[in-house]
Structures are given as structure tokens and as C-alpha cells.
Design a protein around this ligand. Structure first.
Ligand code: GDP
Length: 347
């Protein structure tokens, strides 16, 4: 019929009506998108309810899954007490799947445990000691990190102490993996049983050296986790050229790109960074301003809210002279974390 021939020309919906998210890197798992092309087109779609449960599961997995503090705590406890699988770390509750029997049993139990986890809002931890990661693709869009580096000193540019501060902060906060030692590199290169995860890092700065050095660091050695870190910087304008169209367009594009990342590290006191994290609804890690050529310890602090900081708030009315601290009397307002005892922000 005419309708049938029209239908056969219609491009197939790669995302299967919302069952898959568009957030994956397609090349990371071709079968995810292509396996459905070998079948007849689906005559029915998944329910919107299931799709929304899948998206909220992905968010939960991001907050509680591998690479997060909650996961670290949970696995530490699991080492000592196997019954811990039914307990929780804060909002993070887990269910552990352990491989047993043949492949049929494994596929059915994995599907069942996933549906169960979806319904009871638990995170599935999959036992990867066997060959499971060689058979199936990583199911999560797994992660992006945004790093915005603004240098405010009079002689701005590349500074080794700022670079060191970025590395200390991102590794201490488990936002990026550490680089393996020479001996560890050998083990990681020969151990192929675990499929590596990909972490994409978006660096924005007027200076290209920060991303070049980060890229070189992860290029020369594998990471201690075996995961892969890719680093991108869209522009390196070197000098601020406000009101120049192309320059401002790049700045706007970069604030927007930063806002799309999963986690964000920004330089203290930069409104460029404030726009990026607020737009993305993200609570950033702020890199403290270096003092006299030295990065502070700790190198960064996690924000209490996604709100931007009001850098120059008015003093508290006529009582200003008495040293009244607005942050202590105005409700829902605090000093900004990145300025330590200055500025005001909503929390
Ligand atoms: P602030 O000075 O950091 O508070 O932020 P503003 O946005 O008001 O001024 C900084 C300006 O410098 C930006 O608007 C850009 O023109 C430029 N700039 C600073 N950092 C970057 C960056 O990472 N990327 C780009 N493209 N421009 C930047």
C-alpha cells in the first residue's frame, strides 16, 4: 500500500521513542543504536512512564554510581559485610548483581534486577570479575567535566601553581582519575578484562596552555583506574576583547557548553563561571584565588548552591557603620564560598 511504502522510507528512530538517551557517544557502543536496525521496525513504543523512570535512574546512577563518594563508602563496607547490599549510604541504595550459571541465566537475571532497581530506586552494581564487560556495552552515558580557568593577576597567563591547583582539586574531589605510576602502567596496559570508561573534559580559558598540559598528562600515561580522559578547549583568545563580536560569540558559546557538563570546576570570583554553572543548575567546585603566587590549601571548595555570587552587595542600610553582617541577618543569604567572608549569595 501507499502508506507502507511511505513508512519504509521514513528514517528509523534511533532512540527508539526515548528508550535510549541522546547523551551517548555513538561510537562507544555501535550495537546500542544499530542492533534494532536488524529487526523489523517496532510496532509499539515504550511508555512515557518507563522512559521517565529510565532518565531518573540515570541521574541516580550518576549521583551514586562508580566514581562517587557514596559508591566508595558503599563498596568499602561491602568488603567487610556482604549483607550490606541491602543497606544504604544517604540517599544512595544499592542492589548487587553477581554473575552465576550460563549466559541465559545471566541475561535474564540482569534484566530482572535492573527492572527491580528501577522500581525501588536502587542503583545496580554489576559484578565485573568475569567476562560481562566484554559481552555488553556500558549502559550509562557514563561523564563530562567542565573546567573554567580565569586568571585575575596583573600579569595574567599560564602559571604552574594554577595548573597544580587544578590537578590537586580535580583529583582530591575524585572528578578526574590519577595518573598511574610506571609500575601500575604495566599492569593496566596488560589487563584487558575491564572495559575503560571515557571522561570528556571541557576546558575554557583565555590561555591554551592549561588544556595542553592536562591533555599531555593523560596522553603520556594511563590513569590508575584504566579509564580514558579526553581534553578539549574550544578557544584560547589570550586577551579579553569585550565588544568584539567573534570574541564575545566564543565566550557565550563556552559558557553555554560549560553549562551542559555533569560537573564543573570554576575559578573563584569569575562571573563568566557563575553564568555557566547557574545556567546548568550545577553546584560548582570553586578554585580559590591564589595568594602571592601560591595556590591555597585546600585548593577548592564545593558550592552550597547553584546561585551566582553578588560580588559587591550593598551594606546593610543605615546600620552599615555598626559592622552589621547581612549574611547573618538576611534569610536565605550567605557569604560566597569562593570569597570566604565576602559577597552574598542565595542558598
Ligand atoms: P569575569 O571577568 O570572569 O567576571 O567575567 P566576564 O564575562 O564579565 O569578563 C571576562 C571576559 O573575558 C569574557 O566575557 C570573555 O570575553 C573573556 N574570557 C574570560 N575567560 C574566557 C574563556 O574561558 N573563554 C573565552 N572565550 N573568553 C573568556
Amino acid at each position: 500500500s501507499i502508506n507502507a511504502s511511505k513508512d519504509s522510507k521514513k528514517p528509523r528512530d534511533k532512540l527508539l521513542g526515548g528508550l535510549l538517551t541522546a547523551d551517548f557517544d555513538e561510537d562507544s557502543c555501535l550495537s546500542r543504536y544499530q542492533s534494532s536496525l536488524y529487526r523489523k521496525p517496532l510496532s509499539y513504543y515504550t511508555s512515557q512512564y518507563l522512559n521517565s523512570k529510565l532518565r531518573s535512574y540515570e541521574m541516580l546512577h550518576k549521583r551514586c554510581g562508580p566514581g562517587t563518594n557514596a559508591y566508595k563508602k558503599a563498596t568499602k563496607k561491602l568488603d567487610h559485610d556482604e549483607s550490606y547490599a541491602s543497606k544504604s549510604v544517604g540517599e544512595c541504595k544499592y542492589i548487587v548483581w553477581i554473575a552465576s550459571y550460563g549466559l541465559g541465566n545471566r541475561i535474564l537475571t540482569l534484566a530482572s534486577v535492573f527492572l527491580y532497581a528501577l522500581l525501588i530506586e536502587r542503583v545496580v552494581l554489576v559484578d565485573q570479575r568475569k567476562d560481562i564487560s566484554d559481552l555488553f556495552c556500558e549502559p550509562f552515558p557514563d561523564e563530562t567535566l567542565g573546567i573554567q580557568i580565569r586568571v585575575f593577576s596583573r600579569r595574567a597567563g599560564y602559571f604552574q601553581h594554577v595548573m597544580d591547583q587544578i590537578i590537586t582539586c580535580t583529583q582530591r574531589e575524585k572528578l578526574l582519575p590519577e595518573v598511574a605510576s610506571q609500575e601500575e602502567s604495566q599492569v593496566i596496559t596488560t589487563n584487558t578484562s575491564k572495559s575503560p570508561k571515557l571522561k570528556a573534559v571541557l576546558v575554557t580559558s583565555l590561555y591554551p596552555e592549561y588544556s595542553i598540559n592536562l591533555k599531555t598528562m593523560y596522553w603520556e600515561r594511563p590513569t590508575s583506574t584504566g579509564d580514558i580522559v579526553e581534553v578539549y578547549q574550544p578557544s584560547g583568545e589570550r586577551v579579553q576583547q569585550t565588544d568584539k563580536k567573534l570574541h564575545d560569540q566564543k565566550a557565550l558559546a563556552e559558557m553555554y557548553l560549560l553549562s551542559l557538563t555533569d560537573n564543573i570546576v570554576t575559578s573563584a570570583r569569575s562571573t563568566f563561571g557563575y553564568v555557566a554553572h547557574s545556567l546548568g543548575g550545577l553546584k560548582p567546585w570553586f578554585l580559590y584565588l591564589p595568594v602571592r603566587g601560591k595556590a591555597s590549601d585546600p585548593p577548592c571548595v564545593k558550592a552550597i548552591s547553584m546561585e551566582p555570587c553578588f560580588l559587591t552587595p550593598p551594606t546593610h542600610g543605615c546600620e552599615a557603620k555598626k559592622g552589621i553582617n547581612s549574611a547573618k541577618i538576611v534569610p536565605f543569604v550567605r557569604h560566597c564560598e569562593d570569597l570566604r567572608h565576602d559577597g552574598l549569595k542565595l542558598f
